[in-house]
Design a protein around this ligand. Structure first.
Ligand SMILES: *[C@@H]1O[C@H](CO)[C@@H](O)[C@H](O)[C@H]1NC(C)=O
Ligand SMILES: *[C@@H]1O[C@H](CO)[C@@H](O)[C@H](O)[C@H]1NC(C)=O
Length: 386
């Protein structure tokens, strides 16, 4: 369906070029499989996004690029003028919200739909104005909603005198695994304001956030999720697949596609297991099995296991769950010889003032507070920003 207008535009472009001798085409189209589009997060083969933070990133430049040799080479970028995302039919209708950062700007939200979606590059918030003094303009885009978050990238249209430069990924790559408490559910800018994203930004790291609101770790039905995270994490699709008519199935995620491999794995989960009545022993078993699978995939990355910060109450008390069980999970792994696993005690990180009173999830300031706590924790542990 969505091909039709795109096709018409293409025909128009050809006609225009033919009639105006030697005038270069005003735009250039970069197909989704261009090797210099750096994808991260979970993409299916359409290619379309699943889960919450599915980035793709690309650099743009104008002048002829000389091969990079040795260290220290810069190119001037003056000419990023127009950028349009051409999205296919698997994009959430009527729209999906994306976060966009241009040239290191703050992320701003944009709603995109199937068809052409020009970025508002002339808006002061876009960052292009200040970015012009740098050698290349980094454009970062990610799906930010905790639902209605599928974008199906067919191509990118640029002004014709722009071209793609390699993106050099960070040497740090965080993998966050969790539920609504990590997904940024109820935040205006979704996951872009959630603590995992903020932590990744602070350390200038790549980040992957696989956080499924309502899901238990245990593979049981929980608040509309047909599977638990211990199952779904290994799939390309989040549990929303079940409600998706044009993609009602899952595929195994190929972890070899992740570049770089995750260097730090952070897990904060269990709230929904507790709500669904999963017992202490069952939870410890499921979590231990999950860790064994994660470790098999990634023998080297340190794994950080969060204790719950609990559910704050208006009277100042906090309701905790699985008391002592997270310590047991970590101790069990250590007893198996895994030296690279750490308990992060989040007791006291979140108080009543840090949550939305009606759903007890961290508010914007609460997420920032959690991020700051974990950033300080990691710094003490020995991690420094790239
Ligand atoms: C995006 O769409 C949602 C609802 O579909 C709306 O609430 C929001 O204000 C829109 N955001 C922008 C930046 O247009
Ligand atoms: C997806 O498939 C399942 C059966 O496997 C079915 O119960 C469900 O209704 C389907 N969902 C949609 C949206 O078609």
């Amino acid at each position: 369906m969505q091909l039709y207008p795109v096709l018409l535009l293409a025909v128009a472009a050809v006609v225009a070029t033919a009639s105006a001798v030697s005038r270069p085409p005003r735009t250039t189209t970069i197909k989704h499989d261009h090797p210099l589009i750096y994808y991260h997060g979970r993409w299916d083969s359409s290619p379309g996004t699943w889960w919450y933070v599915q980035h793709f990133t690309f650099c743009l430049q104008v002048v002829t690029v000389k091969p990079r040799a040795g260290s220290g080479f810069k190119v001037n970028v003056k000419n990023l003028k127009a950028l349009s995302l051409n999205l296919g039919e698997h994009t959430t209708a009527p729209s999906a919200s994306i976060g966009v950062s241009v040239g290191g700007s703050e992320f701003f939200t944009m709603n995109v739909s199937a068809g052409a979606n020009p970025l508002p590059l002339n808006a002061p918030s876009s960052g292009l104005v200040t970015a012009k003094k740098f050698s290349s303009t980094l454009v970062r885009i990610n799906v930010e909603g905790w639902q209605n978050n599928r974008i199906n990238l067919e191509s990118i249209t640029l002004n014709s005198d722009a071209s793609l430069l390699p993106y050099e990924s960070s040497k740090l790559a965080f993998q966050f695994i969790g539920d609504s408490l990590s997904a940024g559910q109820f935040l205006p800018q979704g996951v872009d304001q959630a603590w995992p994203f903020l932590v990744g930004e602070k350390f200038k790291a790549e980040h992957r956030i696989n956080a499924q609101p309502g899901a238990a770790l245990t593979d049981i039905l929980s608040y509309g999720n047909v599977h638990g995270v211990s199952y779904q994490f290994f799939k390309t699709e989040d549990t929303g697949f079940y409600y998706t008519t044009d993609h009602n199935f899952t595929t195994n995620w190929n972890f070899a596609r992740e570049n770089p491999h995750s260097t730090h794995i952070v897990i904060h989960i269990g709230a929904n297991d507790a709500s669904q009545g999963v017992s202490n022993d069952q939870f410890v078993q499921v979590y231990s099995d999950f860790l064994a699978k994660i470790r098999a995939l990634n023998p080297r990355a340190p794994i950080f296991v969060f204790t719950p910060w609990g559910w704050p109450n208006s009277d100042g008390t906090i309701s905790y769950y699985y008391d002592g069980q997270y310590q047991k999970i970590v101790d069990d792994r250590k007893a198996l010889g895994d030296k690279n696993i750490f308990l992060v005690d989040t007791t006291g990180w979140v108080a009543w003032a840090d949550v939305f009173p009606d759903n007890v999830h961290p508010n914007v300031a609460g997420h920032q507070k959690i991020a700051n706590e974990f950033i300080a924790w990691l710094a003490k542990w020995g991690l420094s920003p790239q």
